[in-house]
Design a protein around this ligand. Structure first.
Ligand code: PHE
Length: 457
């Protein structure tokens, strides 16, 4: 019996891990949420100011909190060599720390059940782009019509889940790694094509100034807190996705370098996506809507409609977004599946199908949140919004605190040094301080502000 059929796989090499982890990190968070937040915090009018302050704070959050926590999370997985629950148990048997793993499982489960709904939208928009349905139609109306169709919502959600299940059934090296090897470079290539295209438009330079010229006029606590939260979501931290991927990492691989590459790629994609979106907005004088996830599906078609060759650019763009969403969804599904494989001794195939089916069932109310169940709210939120609020604003930050506390204060220096042999003593000290003090405090600030109502959920 090979290692793979026993359930525990391994990456072919370190690049496989980096691509898969970057695939997990790069997703709707980068392509939709980051440009949306920079727009929101940069002010409506590029002549009046810019998003440079927000971008700078975001970069600081990634470097000072995201990256150290990422290293901590991968370290737990590589040392525990199991799913999130099993890894905590392996490192500190008979302690309540494995509850951190359960929280991660719950978050992974719930995130996928609404993430896959939005991912399904991107597939509908690939089809709309190929058919060029945007011509002569109002994009906002079109989006509204689409989300208010319950059958289409559930059908695309289902199709996307089937894709995710098929990739994860393939196993660690033959499924996830192979697909990421193909999809990640393709995604970067597509994005670069769009960036080049935008620089041939008058708004390209304006977008660069808007994003990178530091401007602290609108700096406030709210902005700092959103930047930190976005760093968590975008880097896939706090729920065990990178922990699980780390558990397939060979003993000798250098964790620190891999994490720097992953975080760097994630930031690069978010910035590229912003350059494309803002370049187009400024070139065509478009006004992005302030509300939710619709931006990616209403502003973008409007942009492509006004571009020469827009039809095919649009196809490329939505294929890219679907790929990015798929590689993120795969990491979420792998967390739940690896738990069933390791702990419940299920065969990979059965584990993935079981997890996928339950996630689909739980997610159906999310898919119906924009139509049949639009009026059904709990705590003033639709099921979709409630899941998003619970996961992104509560579960991930709480998971982040627990992970950094565990690695910072519970694991011994010897244990950590064994995993991070490549760190010089000075670098180790810096990282250890960030994980022990800076990261937990910064995250506590987010949660505290949330509880005090300083940040809108
Ligand atoms: N990082 C992914 C994105 O930006 C979302 C995600 C969060 C994936 C948590 C896995 C775990 O879209």
């Amino acid at each position: 019996m090979t290692q793979e059929t026993q359930g525990r796989g391994a990456w072919g090499n370190r690049l496989g891990f980096i691509l898969a982890a970057a695939g997990s990190a790069v997703g709707l968070g980068n392509l939709w949420k980051f440009p949306y937040l920079t727009y929101r915090f940069g002010g409506e009018d590029p002549e009046q100011g810019g998003a440079g302050g927000f971008v700078l704070i975001y970069l600081l959050c990634v470097a000072l909190v995201g990256l150290p926590v990422m290293i901590a999370e991968v370290l737990i997985g590589r040392r525990g060599r199991l799913n999130p629950v099993g890894s905590f148990r392996a490192l500190r048997p008979a302690s309540p720390w494995r509850l951190t793993g359960f929280l991660g499982l719950l978050a992974g489960f719930l995130i996928l059940s609404y993430y896959a709904v939005v991912a399904g939208w991107t597939m509908e928009y690939v089809v709309k782009s190929v058919a060029w349905d945007f011509a002569g139609n109002d994009p906002v109306q079109m989006f509204d019509d689409f989300v208010s169709n319950p059958v289409k919502q559930v059908a695309w959600f289902f199709v996307f889940m089937v894709f995710s299940v098929l990739v994860v059934i393939g196993g660690v090296s033959k499924g996830i790694e192979r697909w990421n090897r193909i999809l990640m470079p393709l995604l970067l290539l597509m994005l670069l094509i769009l960036v080049v295209r935008v620089f041939t438009l008058p708004g390209g330079g304006k977008a660069m100034r808007f994003l990178f010229l530091p401007d602290f006029a609108n700096l406030d606590l709210d902005m700092v807190l959103w930047a930190l939260g976005q760093a968590f979501f975008s880097l896939s931290l706090g729920m065990g996705a990178l922990l699980t991927y780390g558990s397939y990492l060979p003993r000798k691989a250098n964790i620190g370098l891999a994490c720097v590459a992953i975080a760097g790629l994630d930031v690069f994609v978010a910035l590229c996506a912003s350059v494309v979106i803002f370049g187009s907005i400024f070139s065509f004088g478009l006004v992005m809507e302030s509300g939710g996830i619709g931006n990616l599906f209403t502003a973008i078609p409007a942009i492509f409609l006004k571009m020469e060759g827009g039809r095919w650019m649009s196809v490329i763009f939505y294929v890219l977004v679907s790929f990015a969403a798929l590689t993120s969804a795969v990491s979420l599904l792998e967390v739940v599946s690896s738990y069933l494989i390791d702990e419940k001794k299920m065969l990979r195939r059965n584990a993935v199908i079981t997890a996928g089916t339950i996630i689909f069932a739980v997610g159906v109310p999310c898919a119906l949140s924009f139509n049949l169940l639009a009026g059904f709210t709990v705590l003033d939120r639709t099921v979709f919004d409630l899941f998003d609020f619970f996961c992104a604003n509560l579960a991930l930050p709480i998971g982040g605190i627990l992970i950094s506390f565990f690695v910072g204060w519970v694991l011994t220096t010897e244990e950590k040094k064994e995993e991070l042999g490549e760190f010089s003593p000075g670098l180790f000290k810096v990282w250890n301080f960030l994980v022990r003090v800076v990261a937990p405090l910064a995250i506590l600030l987010v949660l505290g502000a949330l509880l005090m109502g300083r940040v809108s959920g």
